[in-house]
Design a protein around this ligand. Sequence first.
Ligand SMILES: Nc1ncnc2c1ncn2[C@@H]1O[C@H](COP(=O)(O)OP(=O)(O)O)[C@@H](O)[C@H]1O
Ligand SMILES: [Mg+2]
Length: 309
Amino acid sequence: MTRQELKKKKIGVLMGGMSAEREVSLRTGKAVLGALLEAGFLAVSIDAGRDLANRLATEGIEVAFIALHGRFGEDGTVQGLLEMLGVPYTGSGVMSSSMAMDKVTTKKILLHHELPTPAFKVFRRGEDLDRLLDGCRHFPLVVKPAREGSTIGISIVRSREELAVGIGAALEHDELILIEDFIQGAEVTVGVLAGEPLPIIQVVPKGGFYDYHAKYTAGQTEYLLPAPLEGALQQRLQQVAVEAYRALGCDGAARIDFMVREREFYCLEVNTIPGMTETSLLPKAARHAGISFTELVLRILDGVGLRKS
Ligand SMILES: Nc1ncnc2c1ncn2[C@@H]1O[C@H](COP(=O)(O)OP(=O)(O)O)[C@@H](O)[C@H]1O
Ligand SMILES: [Mg+2]
């Protein structure tokens, strides 16, 4: 759809929702809604709860801008509902969203495409914990729920005992747990917009760990843009980010997180609905590339559709 055509449609900005990242999503959604209204679109906010299908029908929503993070939003479920209802939506499709939401599946796809990601093990609720603990001899490790975001449920562990505690904490969020080699190094993120890489941002959390607080509290993280990395390394990172985006079949905007150690780097995850709050990384990278926040929102909107790969 052209922007001219989109101007005639009623756009629902889907925000909030039922995930642990609800608050972040409300912030993303508000910012997106503001940009759409400012650009002259007919847009309303829709809180994506259990009654979403009804809300979309009663409000007469013709196009959905998905500003949800995490479960029931970034994971393919809302995309599936919109496919069924025939409401074109922004961002990645059903399968791409659900694969990217699951860090274990993402890593398997990356490995299949020979893209670098930290070595890992997987633990499922109910499996033999001692056996897993016996198999983990090198520390530190990072323990994560497979399908969560915003650093929720993640811990860095330095011993067998800490690992057991970390798994217990992650199990509160998911039954599938990822145990990954800790990469000591610089943390960077690469935005990809409609298949094209944006400038790389290095994040330097003041507390050392890019946790929920560091991510969403102004002043808690230093953002280096452009990232102080050598040119050839930056090019390789951008190339791998685009390859990861393609490998997972992403659409619209995505943001790929990496750890960089000397000249090597490792992909941590692919975010198919990157945050668009005032501290968010994607709008910062876009701005550096000369793309205003409103233009970023419109470029994501340009990609609305159905039956995405
Ligand atoms: N393997 C790792 N080595 C070092 N730090 C990590 C590793 N995995 C995660 N982290 C830290 O935890 C943060 C969140 O991890 P990430 O995999 O991006 O999950 P999410 O952002 O979805 O919560 C990262 O931004 C990074 O600071
Ligand atoms: Mg991340």
